[in-house]
Design a protein around this ligand. Structure first.
Ligand code: BGC
Length: 476
């Protein structure tokens, strides 16, 4: 169904405002890398305390992602987004005005809850208000917003380097996008799909008339109603044998995205640059801005090329590059005591190549693939399992990184991530399906026909596949 240019602009505007949640996700996770260096000036922090300040957001996000499916279904997407913006505003105020470390932790925990719920709700809301032919691009825009949020946080870290009490401003500036999100959401419409589910078809039609061409509305409403008449999933349905492999794949992709160490660099880049020999705080924060810039640039590349080159080639190439970069970092730190000036530049090169390879592969592909591989009936529940896995492993890696550096040393720590990256590469090579150019319905059909994971993106329906099609039980 073709969208008119007015409805197209409106959908882009709505998605842009909703993607503000992605921007805050990136901003609030990225800002800590610089702020941490200054919080230490005001409070005496043990290594555990530092890890907790970094990972309290992640703990909140993990918890938030668990409740997001239920919350968006009961109060609606729009009210959930409003709630998220309220959480962002209050968490930001508490963290930036904090007079004790415990208050920083409370503020960051509240921000984390908002990020966790937002990382699920924003793409869902965008997908539900988007016309089908724009949905892929708009979902990837959310990842782009995350990287722009990270870059913004790095720029702010840098510009506040010389101010007194700068960590308060670093946190506090997040109030601007949070307020924009909140004001924007007051005017944005509810998701028509959710309204129809709640028997508010009249309101849904009014909204659809603004988003879609007139002649398509009747068909759209009918197909939403039809999809709602199909079986309602129950939690135990996600453990049925035909769904288990994709559920496992989603959860494992969440693990792979995080266990290969992306956020050791996103959150602790200045610390790593200092270890590599860039001792001046402001120059290590400046180098971190470079990380933010290449992250955005490589994500733009992914947005344009994921549909042309396919998911698999980008993912496999990216993982190879990431493994080599981690190995390079490990070797540099092995010889760091030799005090060769070139070593710190090699360390920086490896860090940059790692980020580029992550951004055009795992960064965009995780969120894309988890929105593609789950059958419609179970997409909500299954997606929240994958999103939870991502936040859980993000938390596990970030909250142990400094301790690992301390106990194993940087060389062995990066070697560990390199080994995990090689295992991930082997798994992805054999198991990741190519989902490019295949309809979601065909993917679902292949899953129901119990094709091996690697083949669920096959466009042609194979012959001689299991005759019995697994169905969900219908609840009355
Ligand atoms: C990941 C985040 C990461 C970001 C970096 C996202 O896809 O989920 O953990 O910080 O990419 O760009």
């Amino acid at each position: 169904m073709e969208a008119t240019s007015t409805s197209r602009s409106l959908v882009f505007l709505i998605s842009g405002i909703a993607a503000m949640a992605g921007l805050l996700f990136g901003f609030d996770t990225g800002i800590i890398s610089g702020a941490l260096l200054f919080i230490e000036n005001d409070f005496i922090l043990s290594i555990q305390m530092k890890e907790w300040i970094v990972s309290s957001v992640l703990f909140g996000a993990m918890t938030g992602s668990l409740f997001s499916g239920k919350l968006t279904d009961s109060v609606g997407r729009r009210h959930t987004m409003l709630l998220i913006s309220g959480l962002f505003i209050s968490g930001t105020l508490i963290a930036s005005l904090a007079t004790t470390v415990s208050l920083i932790l409370v503020g960051r925990l509240i921000i984390g809850l908002a990020i966790g719920i937002g990382s699920y709700t924003a793409p869902l809301y965008i997908a539900e208000i988007s016309p089908v032919q724009l949905r892929g691009a708009l979902v990837s825009l959310n990842q782009l917003a995350i990287t722009i949020g990270i870059l913004t946080s790095y720029l702010i870290n840098y510009s506040f380097t010389h101010s007194h009490g700068s960590w308060r401003w670093m946190f506090g500036i997040g109030i601007i996008p949070a307020t924009l999100l909140s004001l924007g959401m007051i005017f944005l419409p509810e998701s028509p799909r959710w309204l129809i589910k709640k028997n508010q078809t009249r309101r849904a039609i009014d909204i659809l008339q603004k988003l879609l061409p007139k002649e398509t509305i009747v068909h759209e409403v009918a197909s939403i109603k039809h999809s709602l008449q199909t079986a309602k999933p129950r939690f135990r349905d996600i453990l049925s044998p035909w769904i288990r492999p994709v559920l496992f794949l989603g959860a494992l992709l969440g693990f792979i995205q995080q266990a290969t160490g992306i956020n050791t660099i996103i959150y602790y880049a200045p610390t790593i640059f200092k270890l590599a020999g860039f001792h001046d705080t402001s120059s290590s924060i400046l180098a971190t801005i470079g990380i933010g810039v290449v992250n955005v640039a490589a994500t733009i590349f992914a947005v344009f090329y994921l549909d042309q080159l396919g998911r698999r080639p980008l993912l496999i190439t990216g993982l190879i590059g990431m493994a080599l970069s981690l190995l390079g970092l490990s070797l540099v730190f092995l010889f760091i005591d030799a005090n060769l000036p070139s070593l710190r530049w090699i360390a920086m090169g490896c860090t940059f190549s790692f980020i580029i390879c992550f951004a055009f592969s795992l960064g965009a592909i995780l969120w894309l693939v988890v929105s593609e591989i789950f059958p419609l009936d179970l997409r909500g529940i299954a997606m929240s399992v994958a999103v939870f896995s991502c936040w859980f492993w993000n938390f596990a890696v970030s909250s142990t990184f400094l301790s690992l550096l301390n106990t194993l040393g940087p060389s062995h720590t990066f070697l560990l991530y390199a080994i995990l990256c090689v295992f991930s590469l082997i798994f992805c090579y054999y198991k990741i399906p190519e989902t490019c150019g295949v309809t979601l319905e065909q993917i679902e059909e292949n899953i129901r026909n119990r094709l091996p994971l690697r083949q669920i993106g096959q466009p042609i329906r194979p012959r001689n596949i299991g005759t019995k099609r697994p169905e969900l039980q219908t609840t009355s």
